[in-house]
Design a protein around this ligand. Sequence first.
Ligand SMILES: CC(C)(COP(=O)(O)OP(=O)(O)OC[C@H]1O[C@@H](n2cnc3c(N)ncnc32)[C@H](O)[C@@H]1OP(=O)(O)O)[C@@H](O)C(=O)NCCC(=O)NCCS
Length: 172
Amino acid sequence: MAEEFIVRPATLNDAERIFALVHLNRDQLVPRSLGNIVENIDRFFIAECSGEMTGCATYQVHPELGDALASTVEVQSLAVKSMFRRRGIGKALVEAVIRRVQPLHPSEIVVLTFAPEFFKALSFSEIPKTKVMHKLYTGCINCTKHTNPFTCPEIAMRLCFRANDPASPPRS
Ligand SMILES: CC(C)(COP(=O)(O)OP(=O)(O)OC[C@H]1O[C@@H](n2cnc3c(N)ncnc32)[C@H](O)[C@@H]1OP(=O)(O)O)[C@@H](O)C(=O)NCCC(=O)NCCS
């Protein structure tokens, strides 16, 4: 039987393990230094199974995307250790991020991902990459794998929050 897992806010003690997991998934994730993880530790969540860290996720508010007063939030650095995948851990981590940012009243949550089926299962839908242009020209511009963000196979997706009722559940 699969072991139970918990999702909790990260602590400084988790930073090195988050760094290792993000690095392990460097083909799918934007690299992060240990210093960057420590600086932003208050925005990370981790999943644990019997004390072992099995996954992590974080987010960033992007006032430069969309409406500054109902900003866009991006899910970042989402990874689950390969032997713990398909047990609902990734979903629980994204749901923890959604619960955390919902009281901030964002207009939407976006993600740039190589795992569109996973996000589709969480009601995200694909959007043109032009909707996250600023992100492309600040993050993707540093990519060493693809010369052009528009030919890169990464997919932009979003989950919208209901207009004028930010406390309501998100919709796709
Ligand atoms: C994407 C990732 C976080 C998913 O984590 P996970 O714990 O396996 O996901 P879950 O078990 O919560 O999956 C929830 C649902 O998403 C869908 N899903 C998950 N992985 C999928 C896959 N590889 N292909 C198709 N559907 C998938 C399924 O519908 C799944 O439900 P089911 O298992 O009942 O069918 C994990 O595969 C991973 O770490 N990948 C490498 C890093 C990465 O790509 N991160 C995303 C960057 S934005």
